[in-house]
Design a protein. Sequence first.
Length: 244
Amino acid sequence: VLERHEEELSASIVRSHRETTQYRPEELQALRWKVFSREEIHAYQSKSVDEMWQHCAVRLTDAVQYVVEFAKRIPGFRQLCQNDQIALLKSGSMEVVLVRMSRMFNTENNTVFFDGKFAGTELFKSLACSDLIAAVFEFAHNLCVLRLTEQQMAVFTALVLLNADRPCLEDRERVQRARRDVGLALSHILHRDNQGSLQHKLFQRVQELESLCALHIEKLRWFRQLYPLTVHSLFPPLYKELFG
Ligand SMILES: CCS(=O)(=O)c1ccc(CC(=O)Nc2nc(-c3ccccc3)c(C(=O)c3ccccc3CC(C)C)s2)cc1
């Protein structure tokens, strides 16, 4: 009976994942070699720091919106109280965006999908946070080489969201129970795919995720100190609510 329950749980998580990614794997294959020209890269590099940050914040918020939709469809997340859903999204949505971003990474030319084409680290120069950009690329590369299937990615991202150690949770027990079910579903899938060794590699990636998100928040604080008005009036409200 447990098997069937796990099967049903992972099937519903995979369905939710498929319904809430902006780009399907087959679309990505077609886009793979669309890279920015030297002129286009130069145009991005000529943007001011605040212009480029604002541009990226809008793109990032688009991706986060899809993650919020995904979370709302995960069995076990839906049943949580409003406060706990927001607390999990506040601390987990960026982590899920970064995991999903790895499907939009091309390890052959070290580029990530951004604004409709694939971009290398040099395109983000005007953000003036090369350590964050290098860390995002490094993470995307390390996860991309694990070659997760969409099913493994879907259940892994549900596990990333259902983290009972997050701050400000009211019903930790309930999150823990939902997490245990998804954790069982993930190890069931990995063993069924004969990839049990992926389990500990994925948990290493989770440690990297936490420090990457902390770096993102640190850079955002630095940026907001320099450009308070840009953040206040030009950043998407959802970005400020989740990362502010
Ligand atoms: C995520 C769901 S998906 O369907 O796979 C998908 C859907 C859509 C896309 C397109 C997309 O929005 N790509 C972005 N790329 C980057 C980026 C930027 C610097 C290096 C590496 C990637 C974006 C960011 O703004 C970003 C992301 C992570 C950390 C930090 C930042 C910049 C900070 C300063 C806001 S948005 C990609 C993937």
